[in-house]
Design a protein around this ligand. Sequence first.
Ligand code: OGA
Ligand code: NI
Length: 353
Amino acid sequence: MGLEFDDAFIQAEEHRPKPSISEAGGIPVIDLSPIIAGEGEAFSGLVAEVGSACKNWGFFQVINHGIDGKVLERIHAAAREFFALPLEEKRRVRRGEDNPLGYYDAENTKNVRDWKEVFDFVTNESAELPATEEPGEKRTDVFWNQWPEYPPEFRDVCKEYSKEVEKLAYKLVELISLSLGLSAKRLSSFFKDDMNFIRLNHYPPCPEPQLALGVGRHKDGGALTVLFQDDVGGLDVRRKNDGEWVRVKPIHNSFIINVGDIIQVWSNDAYESVEHRVSVNSERERFSIPFFFNPAHYTNVKPLEELTSEENPARYEEYNWGQFFKARKNSNFKKLGKENVQIYHFKKALLAN
Ligand code: OGA
Ligand code: NI
């Protein structure tokens, strides 16, 4: 394997995983089959279930989501084949300072190196981002996907997967919208000109799993994440009611859904984006595939008017999503020696806690 353990991977003591983490009392599991009806008692029950999972956990698993298991098998196999290639081959599609898409094996989360390698692509073949982080920046840069030559079916399989998972993400956002008392399509309109982004994660066996993490603790910056994981396990979620880390037990052919920072801001903190991380182990490699449902780069994110009032004023200043994304990407690419951008930086001063 390409990764070699050194000090750069070592987490501060308070962030290291405990030797055993409970899978008990974990995130809710929601059966999505009432979606087919689209109305009626079972459907209202589903909306309520999604609402309470978002409020109490920020995370849930979905089953009967309508995506064929074969689609999942195909992308899992493609990821396995790609990451098994020699490093020189993978580096032919390497992410660089000037293109955030492609292969990368030296990502940092909060300035500590992650024990993983990744392949990133956008579902629209190219992505537009603001040229700088200057307020009011109008210039943009365009980035293109970098597809590897091997395995030959890689691109088609990724495309097939992204089409399916995107449909599911829209359904989930409709359920979330309804659960907030909004119309079904209220949030969907933000995803015209979306910047949806898929990451293939490979976590090789790690010789020091008690010192390192596959991904350090973080919150997802986008609107919603739809994650496929294999049966190895390792995703830990910070439980809201007591702050304990709990391991998400893999359920075959299910997806893990979590609210991202943007839904937290839109909902004015009714739903919170919850911290999570990935623990690694010394025996089995693990694969996971998050789909990040992101609005267009020009979206200015702020609490929705319908969800604020005199008694519940907006808790955030408006910020530009493209610039937020860009700043995050840069800090994950190389150690910047400062804290990376977080939504609490936009919390209104009077209310900051
Ligand atoms: C991420 C992430 C979790 C996992 O890539 O943002 O949280 O299980 N991944 O790989
Ligand atoms: Ni994440």
